[in-house]
Design a protein around this ligand. Structure first.
Ligand code: G6P
Length: 368
């Protein structure tokens, strides 16, 4: 069917703003609200409790969703996770044991490398699980089990709502795995579910920062290079932020684990390089603050995406602070996807770029 832009200038804007709704819809599918627990529809043909390892493969933005999920599966379910981009995983021919599970993540369900890595895992005798947005896709057909994201058709080439729905489904899977592996108490599961159901509202709250993001995007648009930093799950979010910006604005951007700053990127810092720091007030926040201090000491201009408590605790002068609503650190990546996408979007729009169809990129890469 035909998808319309409605009141939005671009599909990307429409899809960013749709996120509270589609994440809510996805959650309704995977969460038993009455009992405060995750309830996967249908049985999976494997037992999370018996898995030796989880191997994740994907490409692009879906790969970064997988990288966030690695933290969740490891901390909530104590499940060892390896993750690789599908184009490497398929040729690396990694040893995969029969007690392991391969998880592929794809919006389109047609990405050639992701499909090839799925087929490789199957040929090794592994169970395979696919998180896909297109239920009729080749990957959905070939995987031994499918957990759909309910983002609806995504038109903008740069993935937005599919990404936040992937994160939502992956967190539900990690919670289900934690329960099956006995690493998550019923009480903690209820807390996490309570946090999850606040996410659509928090995302809507985050979209209210759009006016100020539009202003700071003008600063970003002047830069030749932009650095994104984060720790923990904010590290893959930094990678995703940099990817979004380069995809649609063509500004060179790099995402780095904040702790790696001193191992290279610090050499780039001067007043011409905006440094976008993704830092919810979580357990490792103080560590990120010391990295921000290192940036500030070299004249770097910090754009902080964090909550009010964190911004006050950091006590640093920033070029801009995008004040996010308070949220449980576990669900922060889903909520923080919004400002990350809006920064890229408004920078590209301000620069007059074709945000829905950036040069050289395709929505779905079905050939190698
Ligand atoms: C292309 C798109 C990206 C997407 C990637 C993986 O590069 O431009 O937005 O993240 O493919 O696509 P998939 O459909 O497998 O998620």
């Amino acid at each position: 069917y035909r998808v319309e832009k409605g009141n939005h200038r671009h599909f990307m804007a429409k899809e960013i703003h749709e996120q509270p709704e589609v994440v809510g819809r996805t959650l309704a599918h995977y969460v038993d609200l009455a009992n405060g627990r995750v309830a996967l529809p249908g049985d999976l043909p494997f037992d999370f409790g018996k898995l030796s390892r989880l191997s994740i493969t994907a490409c692009g933005t879906a790969y970064y969703a997988g990288l966030v999920a690695k933290y969740w599966f490891e901390t909530l379910a104590r499940l060892p996770v390896e993750i690789d981009v599908a184009s490497e995983a398929r040729y690396r021919e990694p040893p995969l044991d029969r007690d392991g599970l391969t998880l592929v993540i794809s919006q389109s369900g047609e990405t050639a490398d992701t499909l090839a890595s799925l087929r490789y895992a199957k040929a090794q005798g592994q169970h395979t699980l696919a998180v896909v947005n297109v239920p009729t896709s080749t990957i959905a057909r070939e995987a031994s089990a499918v957990v759909p994201t309910l983002a609806g058709p995504e038109i903008g080439v740069a993935s937005t709502k599919a990404f936040s729905c992937q994160l939502t489904v992956l967190l539900c899977l990690a919670i289900a795995a934690g329960r099956a592996r006995g690493t998550l108490s019923a009480e903690r599961e209820r807390e996490l579910v309570d946090a999850l159901i606040t996410v659509p509202g928090l995302m809507a709250e985050a979209t209210k920062r759009e006016g100020e993001i539009e202003i700071l995007a003008r600063e970003v648009s002047k830069a030749r290079d932009v650095l994104y930093l984060g720790r923990g799950t904010s590290y893959p979010m930094a990678l995703e932020g940099a990817l979004k910006l380069k995809e649609i604005s063509y500004i060179h951007a790099e995402g780095y684990a904040a702790g790696e700053l001193k191992h290279g990127p610090i050499a780039l810092i001067d007043e011409s390089v905006p440094v976008i720091v993704i830092a919810p007030h979580d357990a490792i926040f103080e560590k990120t603050v010391s990295n921000m201090q290192e940036v500030a000491a070299r004249g770097g201009r910090i754009i902080l995406i964090g909550d009010a408590k964190g911004a006050a605790a950091a006590g640093l002068e920033t070029l801009a602070t995008v004040t996010m609503p308070d949220c449980d650190a576990v669900v922060a990546p889903i909520v923080y996807a919004v400002p990350i996408q809006l920064i890229a979007y408004h920078t590209a729009v301000f620069m007059g770029k074709d945000v829905d169809q950036p040069r050289n990129l395709a929505k779905s890469v079905t050939v190698e």
